[in-house]
Design a protein around this ligand. Structure first.
Ligand SMILES: NC(=O)c1ccc[n+]([C@@H]2O[C@H](COP(=O)([O-])OP(=O)(O)OC[C@H]3O[C@@H](n4cnc5c(N)ncnc54)[C@H](OP(=O)(O)O)[C@@H]3O)[C@@H](O)[C@H]2O)c1
Length: 270
């Protein structure tokens, strides 16, 4: 989501660096890339294809459907069954592949629901595309615990993508529910980024002090905390920068000691 231009809209700030970021990520062992046709729109997928096509076999390309962009970059709900199908078709075409490893049904934020469309209808549309071989696995995004429980009762779910970071832990029960069932939990905004503005995570005194003590960076501490939550956590920190990519990958080897976990877990309490 960080590869297109500002506001996830239009061409990248630096196309060469965007392509270099994607290539280096895969060279360094990243095997899961989160994308969407509406990132740009069309920009993220086009960059991925320019950087990597033909895609390495071990690379999971994971997209999401349920939204579109308008001509000014506004986010528009597009979650009727035929729109979900159209969204998957757009991803397949842009990436030049016959099947996506997983596609998340991304539910709209409260107040932006598609009138007259039931959750079951949407789930069935996703399952039908899996049955047809267009997607290997169905995922969910932006769901409540109740919606998750309902969905797993109706069809197989392979991954769940909700916001989760040090400052926003509302989805922790959902992470645990995924853990119990062996379903991947993929936190979005793991660094606390919510489309720019003040970052409550990276600038927090607890994160900064812990980073200094451990000889790491704030971003590495924030990522290591999320990664340590559960074995089913799969990280997708967004970056358009080669330096940040290297920094973020190194978070995988940062171990947070008891003092760090205590400080970070106790911090940010309302
Ligand atoms: N399912 C959904 O509804 C949904 C919603 C939002 C996001 N997502 C997915 O989740 C991914 C992660 O979320 P996100 O990208 O919005 O937020 P994020 O990963 O929490 O943070 C990304 C922001 O942090 C900066 N950053 C990255 N590494 C850094 C570092 N080491 N030090 C300092 N700053 C750093 C990035 O800027 P630079 O480019 O300068 O590195 C960018 O501004 C997205 O890219 C997208 O694929 C999904």
């Amino acid at each position: 989501m960080q590869l297109p231009g500002k506001g996830v809209f239009g061409p990248p700030r630096d196309r060469d660096e965007a392509i270099a970021v994607v290539r280096r990520a895969v060279e360094r062992g990243v095997d899961h890339i989160d994308t969407a046709q509406y990132y740009g729109p069309d920009v993220a997928n086009e960059l991925l294809r320019a950087a990597l096509y033909p895609f390495p076999e071990q690379l999971a390309l994971v997209s999401k459907v349920g939204a579109q962009r308008d001509e000014t970059g506004g986010w528009v709900t597009a979650a009727r069954p035929e729109q979900l199908r159209g969204g998957v078709a757009d991803n397949l075409r842009a990436l030049g592949v016959e099947r996506l490893h997983a596609v998340n049904l991304r539910l709209p934020d409260a107040g932006h629901e598609e009138p007259g469309v039931g959750f079951d209808e949407q789930l069935d549309a996703m399952a039908a595309m899996r049955d047809e071989g267009l997607i290997a696995g169905v995922g969910l995004s932006n769901v409540s615990l109740d919606q998750f429980r309902h969905a797993v009762g109706r069809t197989e779910i392979v991954c769940v993508q909700n916001p989760l970071n040090l400052a926003d832990r509302a989805s922790l029960p959902l992470l645990r529910a995924c853990e119990e069932r062996g379903i991947a939990f993929v936190p979005f905004f793991p660094l606390g980024s919510a489309f720019g503005g003040q970052n409550r995570v990276l600038g927090s005194p607890e994160v900064v002090a812990t980073a200094e003590r451990l000889g790491a960076t704030p971003a590495q501490v924030a990522l290591a905390w999320v990664l340590a939550l559960a074995p089913n956590t799969l990280l997708i920190p967004g970056t358009s920068s080669l330096a940040h990519l290297d920094e973020n990958l190194a978070a995988a080897t940062l171990t947070l000691d008891d003092e760090a976990l205590g400080t970070l877990t106790a911090g940010f309490r309302p």
